[in-house]
Structures are given as C-alpha cells and as structure tokens.
Design a protein around this ligand. Sequence first.
Ligand code: C2E
Ligand code: CA
Ligand code: CA
Length: 694
Amino acid sequence: MTLTEADIDLIDTIDPRELMAQVDRIATAMWVFDFERKRIVWANHSALDVWGATSLAELRRRDLGVDMSRAVAERLDQYRADFCRGDATFSENWTIYPNGIPKTLQVVFRGLRLRDGRMAMLCEGTVNHDIRPETLRSAEALLHTPVMISLFSRNGAPLYRNPASRASQIDPDLTLHNRLVDATVADALTGALDYGSDCKVVAQTRTNRGIRWHEITARICRDAVTGVQAYLVSEIDVTELKETQERARFFADHDLLTGLPNRVFLQAHLPKMIRNATTDAQSLYLYFIDLNGFKTVNDTLGHAVGDLLLKAVAGRLSGFVAERGTVARLGGDEFLVCIPDRTGTLNPQEFGRQLIDLFLEPMDIAGHVLHTTLAVGLSICPDDGTDMDTLMRHCDLALFEAKNDKSSKVTPFSMDLRQRLEEKVTLEKDLWRALERDEFVLYYQPRLCVKTGAIVSAEALIRWQHPERGLLGPLSFIPACEETGMIIDVGEWVYRNVARQQAQMQAEGIDISLSINLSPRQFSDPDLITKILRLPLDTGCNPERLGFEITESVLLGDSEMIRTALQRMKNHGYQIIIDDFGTGYSNLAYLQKYPIDVLKIDQTFIRDLKTTAPITRLIVSLGQVLNVRIVAEGVELGEQLDWLVENGCDEYQGFYFSRPVPYDDFARLYETNRERQEMLAKMRDGQGLRVLRS
Ligand code: C2E
Ligand code: CA
Ligand code: CA
C-alpha cells in the first residue's frame, strides 16, 4: 500500500503519540518481530497479554531464538525472503507457547522496515478460543509436515501453500503447469483432474533446489474460502529413491565397473541387431576382445590398478566405436564390440586392426606405464551364424585361437578353425578318460654300452592304447597334453609307473637304470620335486636306478630355481639326463652349472653323421672333459655304431638294437642280452687262459 500526498496530510493532522496510545489500546494483539535478533521489538497491550508479559521491556528481553525449532526458524527465513521480494501477507493459525502454555492465534503477517532498513515482521493476532483441538492439531500438522501441500485455482494460480510447499518454490506465483518440467505430464495431470480423477504421478518439478523428482498426488476439491473448485496438490520429493531405482535399473544390464552394457544387455539387444542385419541383407561384425597379460597386471600391481586399467580400456574402446556400434563388457578382461555395417563399406579386418592399434600408445594407470595388447576374435553375421548363440560361440573360438596364436592380429572365425578346436576338445576329454581308465602303457627302449653291447639302461616311452584308434605314439597326444597343462597329470602317471616297474625289475634281477622324460611344462607344477622325492617311499623304487630326461629349454628358464630343483633330485640319488642335446641352444657354459650325469646326442646328428661327424666328435670329447656319459640316440645302422666305437661314445640307443617294447618283451630282451654277455665274458676268460698257457 502506498500513501498519497492527501493521506500524508491527513496523518500529519494526527499526533503520532496519540495514535500509538490508541493502537496500544485496540483489542487485536500487535507486535513487531525482529528476524535477525529473534526478539519482539514492540508490542501493544493486547500482545503483552497474549505473550503473558509484565511489560514491554520484559517482553523485549525474551530471546525467542532459544528454544525455536529448526522448522520454525526456516519458516521465518522464508517469510523474510517473501517480504523482501514484495508486498506479501500471510495469514496462519499459529500456536505460541508463552511461559510453556500453548495459545493459538489467527495471525496475519506483514513485512515492516525498521528504521535501520532491516526487514522485520508486523504480526496481528486474534486469539481464537473456538478452534477445536483436532482443527488445531491438523493445522499444526499442515504447518510442520515436510509434505508440500498447495491449493491451485483451476487456471493454475496458487491459492494456498503450506510452509513446506512455499519453501520449495522458485517463484511464489508459479502456476501448477509451470512448476512441472514436462508440459505433456502437466497437461495429462490437469486433464485427468478436470475429468474428475484423482492423480498420482512422479514428475520432474522446478524447485529452488533445482529440478527434482516429486511424487505428486492431486485431486479436485472446493476452496473452503470461496467455494470454487480448486486443485489440491501434495508433493513428496522422491529424487533419491528415483535415482536409486534408476541406478538399479541401469546396472541390471550394465557393468558396475566400466558402465558398459553387460551380457544381460546383449541378450536383450543383440538378437534384434542380428535380425536387422539378416532381414536387410547387411553384415554385423562381432569382435571378442581379451587383454593379453591382464592377469599379470592384477597379480603384480593389485586389483585396484587392474580395475583402473579395465576402465581405461573401456574408455578407449567406446570412445573409438562411439555411435558406430556397441561396446560391452562380457566379464573379467573380455569385451565385445558389435558393429552393424549398414552401407556394406566397412572392412571388418581393417576395423579390428584399428581396435588393436588403439593400444599402441601405452596407458598411464595410477603412475604405471602399461603396454596393453589385445587378442581379437571376429565373427560375421550372416556368414558365421545367424543367431546370437552361434555367433558368440564362433567369435569365442576365434578369440581362443587368437590367444594361442599370440600374434596381435584379428583372428576371424572359420569352419576349419572350428574343426581343429573341436578335435582338440575331444582329444582333451579322451585324455582325461585315458587317465581314469588306465589306457596308457609304458614301452622301454634299451640303452647299451657301445664297447660291450650290454644293456645298461632303458628309456620309458609312453603309448596310448586308444579304445578306437589303437596304439598311439606320444607325438599324437603329448603336444596336446603340454598345451592344455594335462602333462602335469599324465607326467605324474608316467614317473609313478616307471618307479613302480623299476622296483619290479630290481626284484626280478634286472639291475639297470630306467629313464623318464620330463616336459618343461611339468616344472610349473609347484609340487613336482616333492612328488619325485617321495617316489621311493610310495613305490619302493631305488632312486639310484632312475634318471630324468630334460631338454635344454628347461635350463633356460629360471635357472636358479631349476638348479636347486635338479640338485635336490641329484642329492636323492636320481640321475639327470640332458635329452636331444644339440638341437636347442647348446650353450656349453651352462652345462657346468647343473649336476648332469648323461648327455643324449640328438638323433639328427647320428642320422647325418657324414656332415655332423666333426661336431659329434666334439660333443663326445666334451663329455669326457665334463665327466658326463654320452649317449647316441637313433642308431639304426651298423656303420653308425662302428663310428661310435671308433670315436669313444659311451652308450647308444636305437632301432639297430631294438625299438621300444612292452615291459615283458623288454625283460626277455634283457635276459637274452645278459646270457650273451655272460657267454662273451666266458669266452674272454677262456681266451685269457689260453694266452696264459701259451
Ligand atoms: P625322445 O625323448 O627323443 O624319445 C626318443 C624317440 O625316438 C622315441 O619316439 C623313440 O621311439 C624314437 N627312436 C628311438 N630309436 C630310434 C631310431 O633308431 N630311429 C628313429 N627314427 N627313432 C627312434 P617316441 O616313443 O615316439 O617318443 C617321441 C617323443 O615323445 C619322445 O622323444 C619324447 O619327447 C616324447 N615322450 C615319450 N614318452 C614320454 C613321456 O613319458 N613323457 C614325456 N614328457 N614325453 C614323452
Ligand atoms: Ca627322451
Ligand atoms: Ca631324445
């Protein structure tokens, strides 16, 4: 309200003291509240009564902030803000507690500027003795509830807002329609209300805390003041709940760590992508991706770094693929990139190559510079399959091959690949069955003294009595055992059975040593040495009659670990034999580092003595220098044996004397050989006698 010149003239005719004296006397309680100091600065007589004060001075001393609730304090702040913004008036039922006794008044609040310019509040209160307790309580509840309750006229203008509603407004005049962010939701809401329905929606709402999700319940009612129809709207802020629900929904088909779609997502969306590709005669490329060496990162730098690496990889992949397709995480360090080729212009190999090249640049992960490479398998729809299962399986097979291959190029699926892998899988299954059903057998190939022709040892060589395919040589299954790691179990079967048969031979009077082949991969069995050292206890074998054949490649590994392992075996009496000598790295210096008893010259040298004679001779003399017995392998011809006699080789093994044979055949062979040796010895003795006599 602004005063006109005439008004001011009129006021000037009145003595302000007289006016104040009359105001002091009127029945309505009036007081001025200082927001900042939380004190009443002025009150008329009725107000002193209402507040139970003995004098204005006493009332002014009261600090109303002392036991003011936070809700009331916030509400007062809100009033002050509204007064500052404009010429606002509020009328509310207030309950005050002078000296602890509740007193309910109908209070009209208005802003009033103090002399110092600060905003205060002029309150006019009438004590309402007629209000019933439930009305009183419901009014209090309405004031204090966090539920935002508003009444709007049917054109959307606000008629009433409870404090919670007022506190959430960005603009006190905002209509119901403008309060809602989505106009279609607002239309639907008012439409339904006008139709007479009660409504409940969760909608985005403009509030002074920003855009929030409110659960809005609304219905049409009559304004108790005018009797005109109005909208009664109550709102609850459900933003947190909504966000939690949305997060839960998002992570149902997305990966928690990287935020990428997961398998559930693919299950839901890939079939559709496949359908699109097949019906529109387009191609869809699936790339299965696996990080090489991820396990090492996890094991050496910890899972936290591993997680960061996965996130970084996810970032690079999805940054590159962007709108062109989908990047998903299948679990662990496996990702899937799915690219629909709508124009038929994409080269799938080239695209895969680009994925690999994304990682040419090393990544800085928590201060570690990591060089990551990818193994990538590719399957193409429709060429390699027209359903999700087949395409995924084929892509997985291609990835498997890529991992084996270790060359960082894209490996596409092919039927040939599938056949090879299936054979491998069948072989592996069959091998486990072979172990279970004891289908392996040991053959023995004699090793003889070059000078005397006596059998001094035998090499145990495994065979597989396959139920369908017959007797199989080791070359048809040992490589697969090595690749799959099954060699650890198969190898254990071998040394346990050789040890057992050694004990048996000894009992039968066959006093020679047997040798056992050990694959390099068997050294990855942490219990290998323990198991070998326990053999005498387990089988009754004599360790001094057992030797282990290892290839040079074993010695190239962790040399200290291998050296102690070999030394422990040696200390228990076992012999150490280097197999296939000359084919590997043939570093003569290392031989001295290891406790070696026997060197077996590889068959290729013996087969080709014409050209290898000088080097073979060198190996033989090396044996003499190092005090290591030299064995020639693969001796098939008499002249080869002659050469060995002439050049002082210690022992030999080969088809010339015998192929590898089963245990019983070997025992007979040994018996014949012994008889012959004894006869020769007798003859030598006889000759000696004759010499003596003559
Ligand atoms: P290796 O250790 O070099 O075994 C000698 C191979 O040469 C044997 O083949 C043997 O039959 C063959 N051989 C012996 N004398 C002659 C000959 O005069 N001429 C020709 N051409 N070949 C001859 P086999 O039994 O087929 O074994 C092949 C390979 O399989 C072995 O080579 C060895 O590396 C592996 N192997 C055999 N048994 C076992 C085993 O129990 N464990 C492991 N880890 N590997 C084994
Ligand atoms: Ca061997
Ligand atoms: Ca050999």
